[in-house]
Design a protein around this ligand. Structure first.
Ligand code: ADP
Ligand code: MG
Length: 469
């Protein structure tokens, strides 16, 4: 059978239109049946995808949306779909974080801001792993990020052609490093979709490399990365101590740099403070531009809050923005976390957002809490407790108290994070997953036999869990 591309395209447009109409009808019913803020927060960000027979497929921003909607509005949704599509009507959710169907960067919340769903696959035959929601447009400029942002913009306009190669961005957690890196990649592809741009975390790079070694595909792995036009690697502090990975990274770096290809790196510290990193790499990292990101000042925090709530289709009073910005100062992820919590709480109780509610939530969020538990944070808490150096638990150190701290940290990482054994092993100096299993089993046995250890672990676990928003 002959494949008729244009006929296929026309069909697609037809179904898209239908899906849109159907969803629009659903929305108009939903709108009349839920509080305004609920409608804005939970229903507007949903986008119709396609209509297949009587099944309407819709895109939602994440799994949390699905859970929330099903828990609170299952009946309404089902009733609405049946009303619009008939008794056979069904709804299927698709998470768009993983499917990136939008041209636009953020989940568009306002009707007039919506752009059509773009379903065509990128021209690139490989996955760039770029999140389209992180763009320059929604990256708020402030004193703390001025240099990094300006450099990022410059290289996005002329990748490989400025003296900012590599661009090395460093700064604390939640200050916008990852956002900027994605923005660079997105902008490069926006201008020229044939460019080979790839974003990956250091962990992903290491895991892939280890797999390449195991399957005897190191050459292929290295050739792949050497063929990129722009290579973006996040959080390279996690490569420290992984000698083989660093060696190969060094080669890839040289090849790309010599052929005028752009490299973008990030870390929590400047290159020279990455202890354990080879001198030759440190000096290469300093070839281009090293730009730091500092915590945002008050005005920037307010601007970020305004921008973010606008993207939810919501406006709060200046008083509220300023109150949040005064009380949450350390990182932007926390600011966002606070805002989302305010939105979620108020839409759950269908209450207007008032000052008392904001105060209550800010209080919960502001005490230096983090959004999710990381292996690094667990390691820090455990090492603080045992008063041992964090680096020691990552190195090959067999001292009794170090081994115990390491095993407890591995055990807690296993039960408190969703990380795989492999990832946990990697965070502890590139240890094998069987070492993590061993640590886990050892701790389970100790927990049964030794009430002291049990108490220590309980305390540590509480401490770590309490840190989460
Ligand atoms: P990092 O990689 O430095 O830990 P991220 O890039 O993950 O931080 O940023 C954390 C969150 O804060 C992200 O959701 C990001 O979009 C947001 N964010 C950070 N900086 C800004 C900014 N200047 N403007 C708007 N949002 C920002
Ligand atoms: Mg990051």
């Amino acid at each position: 059978m002959e494949f008729n591309q244009s006929a296929l395209n026309t069909n697609k447009i037809e179904t898209e239109k239908n899906a849109k109409e159907v969803w629009k009808e659903c929305l108009s019913i939903i709108k009349d049946n839920v509080p305004y803020i609920t409608y804005n927060t939970w229903f507007l960000p949903i986008k119709p995808f396609e209509l297949e027979n009587n099944t309407l497929k819709i895109f939602v921003p994440n799994n949390f949306f699905i859970e929330w909607i099903e828990e609170h509005y299952n009946t309404l949704i089902n009733r609405t779909v049946n009303q619009v599509l008939g008794a056979e009507g069904k709804l299927v959710y698709i998470v768009y974080e993983e499917n990136y169907p939008f041209e636009e960067s953020t989940a568009p919340a306002k009707e007039e801001k919506q752009k059509p769903v773009v379903l065509e696959k990128k021209k690139n035959e490989f996955e760039s792993f770029l999140n389209p929601r992180y763009t320059f447009e929604n990256f708020i400029k402030g004193e703390g990020n001025q240099l990094a942002r300006a450099a990022a913009l410059a290289i996005a306009d002329n990748p490989g052609q400025t003296s900012f190669n590599p661009l090395f961005i460093y700064g604390g957690v939640g200050l916008g490093k990852t956002h900027l890196m994605h923005a660079i990649g997105n902008k490069i592809l926006e201008k020229d979709s044939s460019k080979k741009v790839i974003y990956l975390s250091s962990d992903a790079f290491t895991v892939e490399f280890v797999e390449a070694i195991q399957s005897d595909r190191v050459n292929e792995f290295s050739a792949f990365y050497k063929s990129m036009d722009t290579l973006i690697i996040d959080d390279i502090q996690f490569l420290v101590g992984k000698e083989k990975t660093l060696d190969l990274f060094f080669q890839i770096f040289n090849t790309l740099h010599q052929s005028g290809k752009q490299i973008v790196l990030s870390s929590d510290k400047p290159p020279k403070e990455l202890k354990g990193l080879n001198e030759r790499l440190i000096s290469r990292f300093s070839w281009g531009l090293t730009a730091d990101i500092q915590p945002p000042d008050f005005e920037t925090r307010v601007a970020i809050l305004k921008n973010k709530s606008e993207s939810f289709g919501l406006e709060l009073s200046n008083e509220i923005y300023e109150y949040i910005a005064h009380n949450i100062t350390s990182n932007i992820r926390e600011l966002e976390g606070c805002l989302i919590k305010i939105l979620a709480t108020s839409s759950l109780s269908s209450k207007e957002i008032d000052f008392a509610l904001v105060k209550k939530i800010v209080k919960e969020v502001s005490t230096n809490k983090q959004v999710s538990i990381s292996i690094d944070y667990i390691t820090k808490v455990v090492c603080d407790y045992f008063k041992v150096d964090e680096n020691k638990v990552r190195e090959k150190n067999r001292k009794k108290e170090i081994v115990l701290a390491r095993q407890i940290a591995m055990y807690l990482s296993k039960i408190l994070t969703k990380s795989s054994l492999k990832t946990i092993g990697l965070h502890f100096g590139g240890r094998d997953h069987s070492t993590v299993i061993h640590a886990f089993n050892t701790m389970e046995q100790m927990l049964e036999k030794d009430s002291n250890v049990k108490e220590i672990i309980e305390n540590l676990k509480n401490k770590i869990e309490m840190s989460v928003v």
